[in-house]
Design a protein around this ligand. Sequence first.
Ligand code: SAM
Length: 259
Amino acid sequence: MDFEKIKKLVKGVPYVLPEMASDLYQFIIKEKPQNCLELGFAHGASSCYIAAALDEVGSGHLTSVDLISALEWLKPPAIENLLSRTGLEDVVSVKREHSSYTWFLKKEIEQHTRNNICQPVYDFCFIDGAKNWTIDGITFFLVDKLLKPGGWVVFDDLQWTYASKLKEGKKKSGGVSMLEMGPDELNQPHIELIFQLLVMQHPSYSNFKVKDNWWAWAQKTDGDSEVVFQFSDGYRKKLAAWEIETGQKHRAPFQPYPK
Ligand SMILES: C[S@@+](CC[C@H](N)C(=O)[O-])C[C@H]1O[C@@H](n2cnc3c(N)ncnc32)[C@H](O)[C@@H]1O
């Protein structure tokens, strides 16, 4: 299915942003990953872009995982409705877990273990769920066991913080309470820390790319630790406007935190 068609079919459905929708679609067309995994699907908008690209490639499958409890707070459409609207049901397997996708990953590791060795099965994993050091830190190591050499992982929400949710009056995010977090745990972006301290330090990963300070890509392959920063025109404009309006300088990913 071409990009314009899927864009029309999922128009207005949160949460994937247009820039990421396009990047995900183009990535699948270029790299042709056959076995894809998405951790955190919400309504399934990003799942549909991935599935549409797999359909365009002519092969490949996506497994998408979320929480059973998300059905209670997410308004329609559900992922199943979107998949039937787009006719992409056969490309996606939908999984819902009680407490976390980490438990789904535990079952995958169990299922693919032979003679005490986990056989990697995925070519691509999109991590867009909890945004939490503990949950997504272990998620990275679990995904690593299942990711084939040469495979790719991408994290959403690189600079997202719990403090931003606290400002909106929330006390919990992704089922995790913020009430017992220290100031640094609230203010430092957990996904950025995971990417910098776990992914970039992992000897098997390189080809790091950060887009619009928000999406971080890494490939499971040998190489150096250089990071390529890419910016869309729209993001550059928004960032410049924010810096003028607030008189602040945006802290770039992996830079020291202000005292
Ligand atoms: C931002 S939404 C995903 C959006 C989707 N990828 C898109 O771009 O259209 C994050 C989702 O992650 C799910 N989530 C958060 N923590 C999770 C966990 N530990 N295990 C499974 N799903 C989780 C939430 O229920 C929510 O639906």
